[in-house]
Write a protein that binds this ligand. Structure first.
Ligand SMILES: Cc1cc2nc3c(=O)[nH]c(=O)nc-3n(C[C@H](O)[C@H](O)[C@H](O)COP(=O)(O)OP(=O)(O)OC[C@H]3O[C@@H](n4cnc5c(N)ncnc54)[C@H](O)[C@@H]3O)c2cc1C
Length: 477
């Protein structure tokens, strides 16, 4: 057994962990990063954000080229070479994870590969794949162990016909009929990919709305486009059981039983993708040995400096709570590293944007209309339909919508929702506006380039101000 000593130990090399480790090293702390997977980057780079976006890009190319047929350019049906597509997606991931390894080296961050478990408030044991063990003694630590996909106990376990997002991203085949259980962001993104690649996709969602965190008016254009692309979408419906359709084991289809209004009683599918949420890894790192409190769901509570109940141990990212998003993890990683280095750093972001990279994309930041209504918060609102955006029409799309919410008393922007192509790129302006406490005039008087989709944010603010000339709106005041 080797014993290493480090000033700061970071457990988990996802966006939270590697950002914390790199920032800490930049601030002069001797840093050790422990990761059980061979590559750095965590879920996001290896089996999450990045590979899914590579495949979504391929899906977008397919749907856009198909749609151009109506405008005079026909390419014919795509010939999809899954091996090459997979190799390209893997190469994108490898380039990024390789880059991280280089950045760790440049910063002299010690990377230890193996599964870590706390032995005490100042020691972590790391078990490598070959069973060898190393103990790392640390002065301070950051737990950045992330999350895992939730499984459903009534589904056949270990059956290749039942996959999670990681299995889907392996892209080993395209099933004829795919059932996606869960109409949240991950399920819909993967459904979009497989539908473009030729699968007949059905989505089943327990709640009455897809992407339950987003406002219904933003989800509406997505739902209507998905209804055209997917075989079926069953809302307010649950899966009550799954069995072999013909009793012929893994060779045949799975029969799925549903319960809900309007949906089928039972149907058969070649593959089931389970995307019903993610469970934090707080309970599987031996946190109790370090004295760190973990709640019954596996989350670790932290203060604004990302400190757990044990002052010298921090936690960040998915393991500390929702939203489980890479950019939140990164920012929390910086705060933890800076606090560990003695800086007066706090995680005090006003807002964290969320994006579904579906087609169209759905993005929102700050207070949603649903939240404002539920909390009885008075708010002002303006929207701009993309049917009036020249740029949107040149993309062959009209369904988008940009919406801004305002504080009634101060006129400041408190929330923004956007649906349409590239909504995820457009939402940052609203996030910045909220962070800077901007009001409608600030955004409306900011000159946005024409013709762009970003103009829709400025035009929405103009609509609230009553200065818009690209639409006719009856006077409000
Ligand atoms: C399919 C999919 C698509 C996604 N797309 C997006 C997106 O587009 N945008 C976005 O913001 N978010 C997206 N997410 C979510 C995003 O991946 C996570 O929010 C983000 O990765 C969380 O970062 P993290 O650092 O907290 O943890 P993780 O990325 O989960 O990293 C934790 C790391 O800790 C390691 N680890 C855990 N336990 C141990 C241990 N005991 N010993 C050693 N190592 C350990 C794990 O191996 C892992 O590498 C997606 C997720 C999925 C599954």
């Amino acid at each position: 057994m080797t014993v290493n000593e480090t000033e700061l130990l970071v457990l988990g090399a996802g966006p939270g962990g590697y950002s914390a480790a790199f920032r800490a090293a930049d601030l002069g702390l001797a840093t050790t990063l422990v990761e059980r997977w061979p590559a750095l980057g965590g879920v996001c780079l290896n089996v999450g954000c990045i590979p899914s976006k590579a495949l979504l890009h391929a899906a977008k190319v397919i749907s856009e080229t198909r749609e151009m047929a109506a405008h005079g350019i026909a390419f014919g049906e795509p010939a999809i070479d899954l091996d090459r597509l997979r190799a390209w997606k893997d190469a994108v991931v490898a380039r990024l994870t390789g880059g991280l390894a280089g950045l760790a080296k440049q910063r002299k961050v010690t990377v230890v590969t193996g599964t870590g478990r706390f032995l005490s408030p100042h020691d972590l044991e790391v078990t490598a794949e070959d069973g060898s063990r190393t103990t790392v003694a640390f002065r301070q630590a950051v737990i950045a162990a992330g999350s895992e996909a939730v499984t459903l106990p009534f589904l056949p376990q270990g059956d290749p016909r039942v996959i999670d997002s990681t299995g889907a991203l392996e892209l080993s085949s395209v099933p004829d009929r795919l059932l996606v259980i869960g109409g949240g962001i991950i399920g819909l993104e993967m459904g979009t990919v497989f539908s473009a690649f030729g699968a007949r996709v059905t989505v089943v969602e327990l709640l009455d709305q897809l992407i339950p965190g987003a406002d219904a008016d933003l989800v509406k254009p997505l739902l209507s486009r998905m209804k055209g692309a997917f075989e079926a979408i069953h809302l307010g419906t649950s899966v009550t059981g799954v069995g072999d359709a013909a009793g012929d084991g893994a060779a045949g289809r799975l029969e799925v039983r549903f319960e809900g209004p309007g949906g089928p009683a039972a149907e058969t599918f070649d593959q089931i993708l389970v995307a019903v949420g993610r469970r934090p890894n707080g309970a599987v790192v031996g946190a109790e040995a370090a004295g760190v409190g973990v709640d019954e769901r596996g989350f670790i509570a932290v203060d604004k400096q990302m400190r757990t109940n044990v002052e010298h141990i921090f936690a960040i990212g998915d393991v500390v709570g929702h939203p489980m998003l890479a950019h939140k993890a990164t920012h929390q990683g910086h705060v933890a590293a800076e606090a560990a280095a003695g800086r007066n750093a706090f995680f005090d972001a006003r807002v964290i944007p969320s994006v579904a990279y579906t087609d169209p994309e759905v993005a929102w930041v700050g207070t949603t209309e649903t939240e404002a209504k539920a909390a009885g918060v008075p708010y002002g609102k303006a929207s701009f339909p993309w049917a009036a955006s020249g740029r949107s029409l040149t993309l062959g799309r009209t369904e988008g919508l940009t919406k801004l919410l305002f504080d009634e008393a101060t006129g400041r922007i408190i929330g923004c929702g956007i649906v349409g192509p590239n909504a995820g790129d457009l939402i940052s302006e609203a996030a910045l506006a909220i962070e800077l406490a901007a009001d409608a005039a600030d955004v409306a008087l900011t000159i946005h380039p024409h013709p762009t989709l970003s103009e829709t944010v400025g035009l929405t603010a103009e609509a609230f101000e009553g200065t818009i000339t690209d639409l006719y709106l009856p006077k409000r005041r």
